[in-house]
Design a protein around this ligand. Structure first.
Ligand SMILES: Cc1cc2nc3c(=O)[nH]c(=O)nc-3n(C[C@H](O)[C@H](O)[C@H](O)COP(=O)(O)OP(=O)(O)OC[C@H]3O[C@@H](n4cnc5c(N)ncnc54)[C@H](O)[C@@H]3O)c2cc1C
Ligand SMILES: *[C@@H]1O[C@H](CO)[C@@H](O)[C@H](O)[C@H]1NC(C)=O
Ligand SMILES: *[C@@H]1O[C@H](CO)[C@@H](O)[C@H](O)[C@H]1NC(C)=O
Length: 627
């Protein structure tokens, strides 16, 4: 505890420097600096000096958890509550530093080694605005996993999502049955919801409204209400409506899986051992009994083996869990054969992948000034107030500019009326917010998109904001496979965004819904109007016509990184599934997958809250089996 405290103190001057650099918008310098913080940063040096976590080859543990992301961290923390159980948590990345903890810097983290940095294979029908038509697919590689580099939106899903999981042959996963696990993880400090039965106040993970609010978001929420949307707690009784965003932050600081679950206990529990910069390459399996009995991993370029007395648990996320299964001989027969991995268990690993695709926009300009989030315009006074006085309400606690969410229904949908199909994500900025030094690069946008649409906004005094439109229930199905058996290679990922035409039409409806909100008096009072900049490649269509927007959707295609179903949960009789309702890999023993890759269909939500729920529930499943 003590050492982390000191290390943060030492980092304050560094962050100050960093933000002064941002002030001069020297993008490359920012990136270098952030990466320094990441790789050889003081935190990591101190970490290694004060908590030597050098692995001992051939060590024995009861449970080995692979990956310290949202699900893996919560699971390892819960399992190690039992002092009789020795738990190893193995993470490929290092520790978080003050850049992770400062919410306004969210977009920059994708430019650091805390991001695995995957890209899709070139897409035919989407991501036309990205270099080589490759959509960027970031994932966290750090203690805390993706919860340490994400945008911190806290959103659980619709009760019908979970009831659907249960109806598909997954007993124990209905809304009534998973709600207690969402609650168990949550420590809400939400003004006005103190007495809500949908929120808990004593779990590990802090949830709060973002304390910083621009005038733009007030206008958006008011206009949404004027357009007929109710105000709602989208994690409560009904999702439908508009709300200021709820975030996984604590007093305006990011509260990742690591800070919430592991950091508070790791020095107190000698039975929990956390290994950083340790990359799992394979699960050891006894072929005769199909039992997992350990893992192989690389640490400082040397191979190591750990043995598991009870179980190996894969929590490496929606890309890496399927990868590790396949490297270990569990996967589709044809793929394993092609790469020369002997087959142990044929399962449709990676055969299906869903994601939530967005349209990056529309972007609107207003007549106001000083309300848009520009990292380059953060004042030294705000930095000092946030860092030194701990003030949680400066712009530094803005979660990358995301300020409100609206859950809508389109006329197209035949789903029940309490089951939203579109989300509007209100962001007080755009690619211009960091002057092209982070978001543009993070998403792999071509320079011309930035130059022709956004560059001018980065110079302007005038404010602007963006309503990202996201579709909840896409029909397009992607997949993931391995190109070779090298454990250090990237998995191949083809999300196949927008192969189903219908998905584009939903986003078009969502764009129209956003334009209706802009017509409302609260928006007109601030002079809100569409940014009149043609999307490069869509000049052939009349500006703002339906076909123009369809072109824009296939160009400014922006994933919100909610990949699911690569290790789909379901009964063994369902040939599309990999794990059963207890998250055990079909046909295998002592091996579970516990992360977002088990989610069978895209939820009506961003996926981080569900990852914590899955970790909490898995802990109970495992406890009831071994106690
Ligand atoms: C940029 C971005 C923004 C997002 N914003 C939001 C948001 O605002 N709200 C929201 O709800 N969701 C958001 N998401 C999605 C959400 O954060 C993730 O779905 C969720 O955190 C995933 O949790 P997980 O436990 O399944 O996996 P992860 O958190 O990805 O954890 C996997 C862990 O395993 C480690 N690992 C992988 N391979 C190995 C290996 N071979 N050896 C050792 N360790 C390994 C990884 O380094 C990582 O730490 C965002 C995602 C991204 C990428
Ligand atoms: C709140 O969280 C704590 C800690 O996880 C848990 O013990 C408690 O049961 C939870 N309360 C509710 C109402 O779920
Ligand atoms: C906003 O500015 C535009 C352009 O200067 C002007 O035409 C419009 O009337 C203004 N609207 C409001 C509500 O102030």
């Amino acid at each position: 505890m003590q050492s982390t405290h000191i290390s943060h103190l030492l980092l304050l001057p560094l962050l100050l420097l960093l933000l002064l650099y941002l002030g001069e918008s020297r993008g490359d310098v920012n990136r270098l600096l952030l990466d320094q913080l990441n790789q050889v940063g003081l935190v990591n040096l101190l970490e290694q000096a004060t908590r030597p976590s050098v692995p001992q080859d051939l060590s024995n543990y009861d449970f080995i958890v692979i990956g310290a992301g949202a699900a893996g961290s919560s699971l390892a923390a819960r399992l190690s509550e039992n002092p009789q159980w020795r738990v190893a948590l193995i993470e490929a990345g290092g520790v978080e530093n003050i850049a992770h903890i400062t919410p306004v810097l969210a977009g920059y983290l994708q430019q650091t080694s805390s991001n695995w940095g995957y890209k899709s294979v070139p897409q035919k029908l989407s991501c036309h605005g990205m270099i080589n038509n490759e959509c960027a697919l970031p994932r966290g590689k750090v203690l805390g996993g993706t919860s340490s580099i994400n945008y911190m939106i806290y959103n659980r899903g619709n009760r019908r999502d979970f009831d659907g999981w249960a109806a598909a042959g997954n007993p124990g996963w209905s809304y009534e049955e998973v709600l207690p696990y969402f609650l168990r993880s949550e420590r809400a400090q939400l003004q006005g919801l103190e007495n809500s039965p949908y929120h808990n106040h004593s779990g590990p993970l802090s949830v709060e409204y973002v304390r910083f609010r621009s005038q733009l978001v007030d206008a958006f929420v008011e206009a949404s209400v004027e357009s007929g949307l109710p105000r709602t707690d989208y994690n409560g009784e009904s999702q439908f409506g508009v709300s200021y965003v709820q975030a996984t932050t604590l007093n305006g600081r990011r509260h990742s899986a690591y800070s919430a679950y592991i950091k508070p206990v790791r020095d107190l529990r000698s039975n929990l051992q956390v290994f950083t910069f340790a990359r799992v390459t394979r699960i050891l399996i006894d072929e005769a009994t199909k039992s997992a009995y350990g893992v192989e991993f690389h640490y400082k370029n040397r191979p190591y083996t750990f043995k598991a007395r009870k179980e190996v648990i894969l929590s490496a996320g929606a890309f890496n869990s399927p990868q590790i299964l396949m490297l270990s001989g569990i996967g589709p027969e044809d793929n394993l054969k092609a790469i020369g991995v002997p087959l142990i268990q044929a399962l449709p690993v990676g055969k299906r992948m869903f994601d939530h695709m967005c349209h990056f926009g529309p972007t609107f300009v207003t007549n106001t000034t000083g309300q848009t989030t520009f990292t380059s315009r953060i004042s030294p006074a705000d930095v000092i107030s946030y860092l030194l006085a701990g003030n949680p309400s400066t712009v530094l606690s803005s979660i990358g500019g995301v300020e409100a969410l609206a859950f809508l229904k389109t006329l197209r949908s035949d789903l029940p009326k309490d089951w939203p199909d579109i989300e509007l994500i209100m962001v007080t900025g755009s690619l211009a917010s960091d002057e092209g030094t982070a978001l543009k690069l993070g998403a792999n946008f071509k320079d011309e998109i930035y130059d022709r649409m956004y560059r001018e906004l980065a110079q302007a005094q005038q404010d602007h904001f963006t309503l990202l439109v996201m579709q909840f229930h896409p029909k397009s199905v992607g997949r993931l496979w391995l190109r070779d058996r090298n454990p250090l290679s990237w998995p191949m990922i083809d999300p196949k965004y927008f192969v189903a035409e219908e998905d584009v039409e939903y986003l078009l409806d969502g764009i129209k819904a956003s334009l209706r909100i802009i017509e409302m008096p609260a928006m007109q009072r601030i002079g809100a109007r569409l940014l009149k900049r043609q999307v490069p490649g869509c000049e052939g269509h009349e500006f703002a016509s339906d076909d123009y927007w369809r072109c824009s959707i296939r160009t400014l295609s922006y994933t919100l990184h909610h990949q699911v179903a690569t290790c789909r949960m379901g009964p063994e009789s369902d040939p599309t599934t990999v794990v059963n309702h207890q998250l055990k890999v079909h046909g295998m023993r002592r091996l579970r997958v516990v992360d977002t890759s088990v989610i069978p269909v895209p939820p009506t939500a961003h996926t981080n809250a569900a990852a914590f729920m899955i970790g909490e529930k898995a802990a109970d499943l495992i406890r009831s089996e071994w106690s």
